[in-house]
Design a protein around this ligand. Structure first.
Ligand code: SF4
Length: 274
């Protein structure tokens, strides 16, 4: 999957939309949503996940100013490939730029050549429940959300990624209220997120979101460490081994079973309250 780094848009000052701060694009993405996708990596993230393999997207004031028009042009140049896919915006943290994202997704939905399927890959950390109006346009034009839940335990979550879970759960609740399909993603790290207790708690938590359409367990890998070396950043998971894929699959099943049991428990409780 080759990344392309765009130069700043020449038409930026004439754009009728909010400008984006872009890190890079990937024209043939296959792991961030259904089908083959045009993937846009936005610049900036408020989290500092210990296992992040994109530390070069963290800095908020960096990136290249790119217009919605330029991204549409890039998309249209390969449109035939995206018949069963669409566009995914990831990062960094996409919700840090809600005005740009709202403009981009609205334009994609209103594309004269046909509506484009839109997806956000997000940690939810930049959602602000005190100002839901800032996210209205994005969410009105979002078809699917891939939402990372980093850790169920509040203290371990803070240790793992430097922020509380409050915005993440508020965002998940808002997606549920709006009935926007969501896939929960969970990175399984040996010794950190791979206990039975953790994954079963995650399953019980997910039962409250009736818009859930998928549960992905992503085994931890160390491929991002070269970026830390290149950027001279400390890598907090030094010495942690890669996650065994079979164990990750086993834990996903345990999570799914806990989710089903919680659904049954909730249904029974609702029946007895009638
Ligand atoms: S939310 Fe994503 S981009 Fe931000 S630090 Fe975590 S893994 Fe990296």
């Amino acid at each position: 999957m080759a990344r392309t780094y765009l130069s700043a848009s020449n038409d930026a000052s004439q754009s009728q939309y909010a400008l984006g701060r872009i890190h890079s694009i990937e024209s043939m993405g296959t792991v961030d949503g259904p089908g083959i996708r045009f993937v846009v990596f936005l610049q900036g993230c408020p989290m500092r996940c210990a296992y992040c393999h994109n530390p070069d997207t963290w800095e908020i004031d960096a990136g290249t100013h790119v217009s919605v028009e330029k991204l549409i042009e890039e998309f249209e140049s390969n449109r035939a490939f995206y018949r069963t896919g669409g566009i995914t915006v990831t990062g960094g943290e996409p919700l840090l730029q809600p005005e740009f994202l709202g403009d981009l997704f609205e334009a994609m939905h209103n594309d004269p050549q046909g509506k484009v399927h839109t997806c956000i890959d997000t940690s939810g950390s930049a959602y602000n429940p005190a100002h839901p109006e800032r996210f209205e346009k994005v969410l009105d034009n979002t078809d699917l959300v891939l939402l990372d839940i980093k850790h169920v335990d509040p203290d371990k979550h803070k240790w793992l990624c430097g922020m509380s879970q409050d915005n993440v759960f508020a965002f998940a609740d808002e997606l549920c209220r709006r009935k926007i399909p969501v896939v929960i993603r969970h990175v399984i790290v040996p010794g950190i997120t791979d206990s039975l207790e953790e994954v079963e708690a995650l399953g019980r938590l997910c039962a409250r979101w009736t818009n859930l359409v998928g549960l992905e367990f992503l085994p931890y890998h160390t491929m991002g460490t070269v970026k830390y070396e290149a950027m001279d950043l400390p890598y907090r998971l030094e010495g942690v081994p890669e996650m065994n894929h079979d164990k990750a699959a086993h834990l996903r099943l345990a999570c799914f079973n806990a989710l089903k049991e919680e659904h049954v428990r909730r249904s029974a409780a609702q029946q007895s309250n009638k």
